[in-house]
Design a protein around this ligand. Structure first.
Ligand code: AMP
Length: 418
């Protein structure tokens, strides 16, 4: 038997309703904030991600699904959307058409990570990107959107963490200071962090290794070395969040795994999902478009993991959706009326009712059982004497009431069913 690939999941009926609910909520919220949907291809040239996200990041160096296609072009399945959105904006000159582009997406992403609860190889993110403005109000808006969505869902155990990475100059300067601090401690770092020391030193802060944490406890912090412009920007973001009544905490070691961030970074964590606790993350990336070879377009965005959000909802016992039901089950009483029953059922479907009937020539009793299993609100008995008279018996399954309805007066029947 061929099975689904490790780290991928089928989303089956029974669970899909939660996804649809979340997707609808996300669309509604993002559209209220005036973001427009964008869809980009599932795969891109590998260079887009290696240039955009950074060669030294875990995503690019270890996690991407990369392969050569038949024309020997290196292709990667998208591990995230920001680079793709920026590419699309540049490619279609959206920045020239509109000063500010506010875009959102809902899409599967692909990373070859070690699967565990809340970590998959094909997972789904929704996210937003605002391109064309450096205003701190947009940084705060990203956090506010996520916070609102979690609040509407009813998630209780969430905390917002924010930090600023400043501009590359102050960051480079700080990296030197950090390198100096660590220079006589390298031998005590974990093997992974020894590598990070060379390639991506800020990521040592993300290490879960106790030896690393001990060493990093006393490390100098980037926020202490920020330039004034970055500090002022950060201050404004905080003030806007306070005014919007979004509770947050400044986390000076929140560096995030992607290279392209400048200034604000943030994450919203859940205490209800175990070790993979980040529900969403984002930040500002004013230099990304140039890194991709394009014009300068400042931007800010976030991505939220839908599996983790649904897991948090499940663990907090929220998002109990009502059982699914159908409007009408048409029970065929007379065997020879198979075609007429189907035609009648389809007529009701055309009138926008959710309708089911039997496809297996089953007995009346079995059809009634099926109507119950489907939680049908109404049953129409099609056949018998009533049919000869041009009518049928309508039974309301909730209160058991029955009435004879005239089949030629479809409008009045529809009214009874709605
Ligand atoms: P990132 O793009 O790494 O900042 O991730 C943004 C969000 O996507 C995270 O906060 C997670 O909620 C989610 N996420 C990232 N990687 C995975 C994964 N492998 N499986 C499930 N969700 C993920």
């Amino acid at each position: 038997m061929i099975k689904a690939i490790t780290g991928t999941k089928d989303i089956l009926p029974g669970e899909i309703e939660k996804w649809q609910f979340l997707e609808k909520l996300v669309r509604n919220e993002l559209e209220n904030f005036n973001y427009n949907e964008i869809r980009t291809p599932i795969f891109e040239e590998t260079a887009l991600f290696s240039r955009g996200i950074g060669e030294a990041t875990d995503i690019v160096s270890k996690e991407m699904y990369t392969f050569k296609d038949r024309s020997e072009t290196s292709i990667s399945l998208k591990p995230e959307m920001t680079a793709s959105v920026v590419r699309a904006v540049l490619e279609h000159s959206l920045d020239k058409q509109f000063g500010l582009n506010k875009l959102y997406y809902i899409s599967p992403m692909f990373r070859q990570e070690r699967p565990q609860a809340g970590r998959l190889r094909q997972f789904h993110q929704f996210g937003a990107e605002a391109l064309g403005s450096m205003h701190p109000a947009l940084d705060a808006e990203m956090i506010l959107i996520c916070y609102r969505i979690f609040k509407i869902l009813g998630l209780k155990n969430v905390s917002v963490k924010i930090n600023s990475l400043g501009v590359p100059e102050s960051r480079e300067n700080y990296k030197k200071i950090l390198r100096e601090y660590l220079s006589d401690k390298i031998k005590d770092l974990s093997e992974d962090s020894k590598k990070r020391y060379e390639t991506n030193i800020l990521r040592i802060f993300d290490s879960k290794d106790e030896r690393d944490s001990e060493i990093m406890k006393n490390a100098p912090l980037l926020i202490e070395y920020l330039d004034n412009v970055s500090l002022e920007h950060f201050e404004k973001v905080k003030q806007i969040l306070l005014a919007a009544q979004v509770p947050f905490e400044v986390d000076p070691v929140l560096v995030r795994g992607l290279d392209y961030y400048t200034n604000t970074t943030f994450e919203i964590l859940s205490g209800s999902v175990g070790s993979q606790s980040a529900l969403c993350g984002g930040g500002r990336y004013d230099l990304l478009s140039e890194q991709l070879g394009g014009r300068k377009i400042p931007g800010v965005g976030f991505a939220a993991g839908m599996e983790r959000i649904l897991l948090a909802c499940q663990n907090e016992g929220i998002l109990q959706l009502p059982e699914t039901c159908i409007d009408v089950y048409v029970v065929r009483i007379d065997k020879e009326l198979e075609n007429e029953t189907a035609a009648f059922g389809n007529l009701l479907r055309e009138r926008n009712l959710k309708v089911e009937f039997d496809y297996q020539s089953r007995s009346v009793k079995a059809q009634m059982r099926e109507a119950n299993r489907l939680n049908s609100i109404n049953v129409i008995m099609f056949g018998g004497e009533e049919y000869q008279r041009g009518s049928a018996v309508l039974k309301n399954m909730k209160n058991g009431e029955q009435q004879e309805v005239n089949l030629s007066d479809i409008d009045s029947l529809i009214n009874k069913l709605k």
